[in-house]
Structure formats: C-alpha cells, structure tokens
Design a binder for this molecule. Structure first.
Ligand code: SF4
Length: 228
C-alpha cells in the first residue's frame, strides 16, 4: 500500500544555519537570512511517498517489484534473499521554490538551496524513522537509480521507479524531467531493504572529490561485479 506523507514537521536552527553558511553574527546578512527562513517556515512542506513492496521475480540481471522490472546486476545481487523492499521518494516540497527571490540574487538562491537541503533531511529522517518503528526494518541498505557508476543502476530507470507509485506529482509535487532529474532539486529516490551486508552505492562510484561520499570506493567489490 502506498503511504503519502504531506505534513512532515521540520525545524530550522537559524544560528546553526548561519554558521554553516559562514555568515558572521554581526553581518547584515543575518537579518536577510532570518527573513528568508521565516518565509520557508510559513510555506515549507517537506513530503514523502513510500510503499511496502514485494519482489515477484528475479532474473540473472533483473528484479521485478510489484510488476515493474528493473535491470541492474548490483540491485539483483543486493536483493538476493530479500523478498520485501521499501521504494520511496522524499522531497523538500515544491512550495519553497515559489518563494520570490529578487532576480540575480545568487546569495539568497544559495541560502534557499541550503534550507531546502535541511527540509529534505527532515523528510528522509521521517521516512527512515517509519521504516524502523512501524515496519521494524532493522539493519538496511539503500540503492537509488543513478547513484554509483553509470552502469550500477542506470538513471533512465527512474521512469520505471516512478511508475511504482503512479501519480508522484499529484501525490507529493515531484516531477521527473526528460533527462531523469527530479524537480524540486532537493529530492531523493531509492529502495531501502533489510540486509546484514554493509552496502553503499558510493563503494561502486569512481567519482573523485564528491562532497557527499559516504563510503570509499571498493575496488574488490567493483572487480567482483565485472567478472560475474
Ligand atoms: S560518491 Fe557521490 S556521486 Fe558517487 S554515489 Fe556516492 S554520493 Fe553519489
């Protein structure tokens, strides 16, 4: 069953935000940032959709979930022995994109992006909290279309991923562009599943100097997949 969450609570710590944006307490920027945060508090609506799904078929390189087939050797391998999965999409919500920022005010745009990231974090922790408390998932791993090296789980499969839910835009205001990017930009999608094995897509990603890297590249794992 699809669960839609549109009233996810969030908090913005102005002092911590100022520090992370390197704004000095005596700077005039503090007031401007506070005004922007007030607007976000007024209109911000982080949201999420997820479902408890079951795998109905597995091929050599394919996995079928709720009748939708995905092709990824890594996904297939990670879901060996797994029957129940939790696809989800979490977003900062598109309301904040409607906040009026003066044209060419790149600083405010940059700040808004940082605030949106905070809203997205609230949305992700709301959903992962539900996985732990409501669905008793325990130790899990996550795979997302498009993360890791290109061939790990090709981003083009976002189309199939979105089809698991139906009208995602109607449910949580997230749309997929023709190049498979999600709008609003602070949105994540993925499948969380129970596992005893530690896995992060970053282990299969050659991208250097990624500020979001969560695990070092795992040459051994990468090579083992090339020889399967
Ligand atoms: S290293 Fe960066 S780009 Fe690569 S999978 Fe991890 S977060 Fe994504």
């Amino acid at each position: 069953m699809t669960e839609v969450r549109t009233e996810i609570p969030f908090e913005i710590d102005l002092e911590a935000l100022s520090r992370s944006l390197h704004i000095k307490p005596e700077s005039d920027h503090v007031k401007e940032l506070a005004a922007l945060v007030d607007k976000v508090r007024e209109v911000g609506r982080p949201k999420a959709v997820y479902k408890e799904s079951f795998i109905d078929d597995k091929g050599v390189e394919t996995v079928s979930i709720d009748g939708v087939t995905f092709t990824s050797r890594v996904l297939r391998r990670n879901l060996d022995g797994v029957e129940r999965v939790f696809p989800y999409i979490a977003t900062c919500g598109n309301e904040v994109d409607r906040i009026d920022i003066p044209k060419d005010d790149f600083l405010q745009e940059f700040w808004l992006d940082a605030i949106k990231a905070q809203l997205l974090r609230s949305s992700i922790s709301h959903v992962t909290g539900l996985f732990e408390t409501k669905h008793k998932l325990g130790k899990t791993a996550l795979m997302s279309p498009g993360s890791g090296d290109l061939e790990v789980w090709p981003i083009e499969q976002q189309r199939e991923f979105f089809s698991l839910f139906g009208d995602v835009e109607g449910m949580i205001g997230v749309r997929l562009t023709d190049s498979f990017l999600m709008i609003p930009n602070k949105t994540v999608s993925g499948i969380r599943f129970q596992t005893e094995v530690d896995f992060q897509s970053c282990e299969l990603c050659h991208r250097e100097k990624c500020p979001s890297r969560r695990a070092p590249f795992n040459k051994e794992l990468w090579e083992s997949l090339q020889h399967e």
